[in-house]
Design a protein. Structure first.
Length: 215
């Protein structure tokens, strides 16, 4: 049996066998590289594996690759990537939600492997209602139901954490708002984009002006 085949539950015994410093370093590197705990970019479930892996299964990987954003978003050159919610360029360099020089096309952002996923810089009349912690085990919280009901007919997706919703549409917000778990912006912000549609939301954007005014 090789060292890699040994059960990690017996790590203390294994370390005792590794008297050579170089061997210990190789083992520690292997443990760090192949047994990191991560969250699937598609279904958000936790899994262990190669620390560079983005998906917990082939099913999630295929679903993510087949997913598409609304054409109104894809057509705009306001895309970037994000690394733990920090905006970055397709090269991995820092990006800014207010500097269009750091944005790119949807195709280039989608093709990049930098960071954890896609992001979109709000603007051109496109706004987003961000509902934090409104999903518990996939069930919508009571306080969020009236908002989601009022936004039917526009694109909604589940946030990277699996606990929130991002509702995209057209609206003028001006100064952003943040209150009681509800955030609304239409400029100077970027939103992570997962393309995990909430309950078969349509792939187009509608006018959310009345909803935004009421929030």
């Amino acid at each position: 049996m090789t060292l890699i085949e040994l059960d990690l539950r017996n790590r203390k015994s294994l370390c005792a066998l590794l008297t050579c410093d170089a061997a210990k370093k190789r083992y520690i590197h292997w443990v760090f590289r192949y047994t990191s705990h991560m969250r699937c970019s598609w279904c958000t479930s936790s899994f262990s594996g190669n620390r560079h892996a983005q998906f917990c299964s082939t099913k999630c990987r295929v679903a993510a690759h087949r997913a598409q954003p609304p054409a109104d978003l894809a057509a705009r050159n306001r895309w970037l990537r994000h690394d733990r919610k920090r905006p970055i360029q397709v090269s991995g360099a820092p990006a800014s939600s207010t500097d269009e020089r750091t944005w790119t096309t949807y195709d280039r952002a989608r093709a990049s492997a930098a960071g954890d996923g896609l992001g979109f810089a709000l603007g051109d009349g496109i706004a987003c209602i961000d509902l934090d912690h409104c999903l518990v085990d996939g069930v919508l919280a009571d306080w969020a139901e009236p908002i989601v009901r009022a936004c039917r007919g526009t694109y909604m997706e589940i946030s990277p954490s699996g606990e929130g919703l991002h509702i995209f549409g057209y609206a003028h917000v001006g100064k952003g708002r943040r209150r009681n778990g509800i955030e609304v912006y239409d400029r100077d912000r970027y939103m992570t984009v997962t393309m995990r549609r909430y309950k078969r939301a349509p792939l187009f954007l509608r006018d959310l002006s009345e909803v935004v005014s009421a929030l």
